[in-house]
Design a protein around this ligand. Structure first.
Ligand SMILES: Nc1ncnc2c1ncn2[C@@H]1O[C@H](COP(=O)(O)OP(=O)(O)O)[C@@H](O)[C@H]1O
Ligand SMILES: O=P(O)(O)OC[C@H]1O[C@](O)(COP(=O)(O)O)[C@@H](O)[C@@H]1O
Length: 304
């Protein structure tokens, strides 16, 4: 069974403003709202690809209710913990001449809420997959993903982590099955700017030296690189297409990679699925459908 954990779910409020200007009233041309947060997006896309998962995490207030309702409508299985104080975030995604995001901090999560999550973690069994994805509310320690991985040590659960900075760096010694930074996040970890695939490979290898088993680095429209635990490196350009909404492309890539890998444990296939699922989401207003992914898989020429 696959479980995703989203500590900080969101309603993503995607607005189009023709020419956004700061310091004045701007009017939207269009606005849409989607349930979001990294683990939640992974669960939605897995569902589109025909894989059932359960979305765990913390919800609060009326925004939390809306997220839960929309996931029910999508047919995503959820088992969230309700927290008492605050509301789940509304993250603003502004599409204008440039894309700008404002992501909130999230509600208060108390130690009793965390205990409820650990009770769910106790139900994990050998062979289960756990995705720990996204930021955590400000009130939480940057060790939380590491703490969870330590708690699960010896259980043989396959763990994927999609996080940034300390939250990600802390889990490396615990050998996560998969991490997926983008090239900017990879650069942040080492205090450098990374734009070439050669540099991506160099720094991704350092993350493997620190303990990560498979490192998948996304580079938005410039494609992606995968270093596997078998010592292989795969790279690809991004498939061609018109970008409509790139919010959730990275999460879609994680879902596609896992779906591809779980099929027959083949890293080349998993990488192809990851790249095409990420791009299919970027080329669509909503998250990728199975048909959209299959179309890109058929048309994109991978160099391997
Ligand atoms: N502009 C784009 N054109 C084509 N594919 C894209 C584009 N943006 C994202 N993708 C696809 O989605 C994957 C993940 O995107 P990226 O933006 O790097 O992730 P994140 O959202 O985590 O920053 C990329 O590797 C690529 O396959
Ligand atoms: O938890 P964070 O890092 O604030 O990110 C949350 C945001 O990222 C998303 O999960 C999208 O992530 P990606 O574009 O990286 O796939 C949104 O749905 C959400 O608003």
């Amino acid at each position: 069974m696959i479980y995703t954990v989203t500590f900080n779910p969101s309603l993503d409020y995607v607005v189009d403003v023709k020419t956004f200007k700061t310091g004045q009233v701007n009017r939207t041309e269009q606005e849409k709202m989607f349930p979001g947060g990294k683990g939640i997006n992974v669960s939605i896309v897995l569902n589109h690809l025909g894989l059932k998962s359960t979305a765990w995490g913390f919800l609060a207030g009326f925004t939390g209710e809306e997220i839960s309702k929309r996931l029910d409508e999508e047919g995503v299985n959820t088992d969230f913990i309700q927290v008492e104080k605050g509301i789940s975030r509304i993250n603003v995604k502004l599409r204008s001449t440039e894309e700008t995001e404002i992501n909130g901090q999230g509600p208060m999560i108390r130690s009793t809420d965390i205990e409820k999550l650990y009770a769910k973690l106790d139900t994990l069994k050998t062979g289960d997959v756990l995705v720990l994805a996204g930021s955590i509310p400000d009130v939480m320690p940057q060790s939380i993903y590491m703490d969870i991985m330590k708690y699960l040590e010896g259980k043989d659960v396959m763990i994927a982590v999609d996080a940034t900075r300390e939250l990600l760096a802390n889990v490396l010694p615990l050998h996560p099955f998969l991490i997926k930074p983008n090239n900017h996040e990879l650069g942040q970890l080492f205090g450098v700017t990374i734009s070439s695939k050669e540099d991506v490979k160099k720094y991704a290898a350092k993350l493997q030296e620190q303990g990560a088993r498979n490192v998948l680095v996304s580079m938005a429209g410039d494609g992606a690189v995968l270093l596997t635990e078998e010592g292989k490196a795969f790279e690809s350009e991004a498939p061609e297409g018109k970008v409509k909404n790139s919010v959730g492309a990275g999460d879609s890539m994680v879902a596609g990679f896992l779906a591809g890998y779980l099929k027959n444990k083949d890293y080349a296939q998993a990488f192809k699925m990851g790249v095409c699922t990420g791009s299919a989401s970027a080329f669509s207003e909503e998250l990728a459908t199975k048909e959209e992914v299959e179309q890109l898989l058929k048309n994109h020429a991978f160099p391997f």
